[in-house]
Design a protein around this ligand. Structure first.
Ligand code: ZN
Length: 242
């Protein structure tokens, strides 16, 4: 309901490509980072199944455009907020696979644990079940590790493999613009915002060396157990091994 009033349709604008959509990717700059996840040995973590800037989709097929986020998760697993923040948008989305739910959480620079000069970081989650997330209200506070929704499938279509798509943007302003895409659903962009590899955000938290391409994944549970959390923690569940 929030979004509808913000919706604008600008014909001819090269719409922001989602993630997994086959929308035009014009204007979206995906800079490969080469980062790969290193899961902690004492945890069994639900894995990422397609990385940032990858040309390969989770089913092994070639993508039409470079991946703008990371995919992961097994069906029904809870997706956990990577950091504190607030709900920036929740809407019924369609990226070409069918109707589903999308959620954007806005983090301040401090909440994201970043020391870049961006003021805001956005975690956009796609392929959720809209009915499961529609209770969120814009402006609602979100805590680290809060359950946001469960891993679903693109468009809720059983032929597609389960996944959540997690995309991170950084921006100096909070100026979200809305457009209607070719599927009649809302899509968003922030002028001058930059895409970020979610693994680069997780790298801050794990204190991994910036030159090390292997990013130690910090499970939310571990961060909680340590009693101090900074930056982003992993959005998928990790179970401690005994
Ligand atoms: Zn994706």
């Amino acid at each position: 309901m929030l979004i509808a009033s913000l919706a604008v349709s600008v014909a001819g604008f090269g719409a922001r490509a989602d993630a997994d959509s086959s929308n035009s990717g014009s204007g979206i700059k995906v800079v490969p980072t080469g980062l790969i996840p290193l899961y902690p040995k004492n945890y069994d973590c639900s894995p990422l199944t397609s990385l940032y800037a990858s040309w390969i989709d989770i089913d092994g097929t070639k993508r039409d455009e470079q991946h703008t986020g990371v995919d992961g998760g097994r069906i029904g697993e809870w997706i956990l907020a990577p950091a504190p923040g607030e709900v920036r948008a929740v809407w019924r989305s369609n990226w070409g696979w069918g109707w589903e739910g999308s959620l954007i959480i806005k983090h301040t620079r401090d909440e994201a644990g970043a020391d870049e000069d961006a003021s805001f970081y956005y975690s956009a989650l796609d392929h959720l079940n809209y009915d499961e997330i529609k209770h969120f209200k814009v402006g609602e506070r979100i805590g680290r590790g809060q359950r946001l929704g469960r891993v679903h499938r693109p468009g809720g279509v059983s032929d597609y493999l389960p996944e959540v798509h997690w995309e991170v943007w950084e921006s100096k302003n909070d100026n979200i613009k809305w457009l209607t895409n070719e599927y009649g659903a809302l899509t968003w962009f922030i002028p001058k915002a930059q895409l970020v590899d979610p693994l680069a955000m997780l790298q801050i938290t794990s204190d991994s060396s910036e030159t090390d391409k292997k990013v130690k994944i910090v499970p939310f549970t571990e961060c909680e157990a340590r009693g101090e959390c900074r930056g982003f923690t992993y959005i998928l569940p990790c179970k401690k091994k005994f």
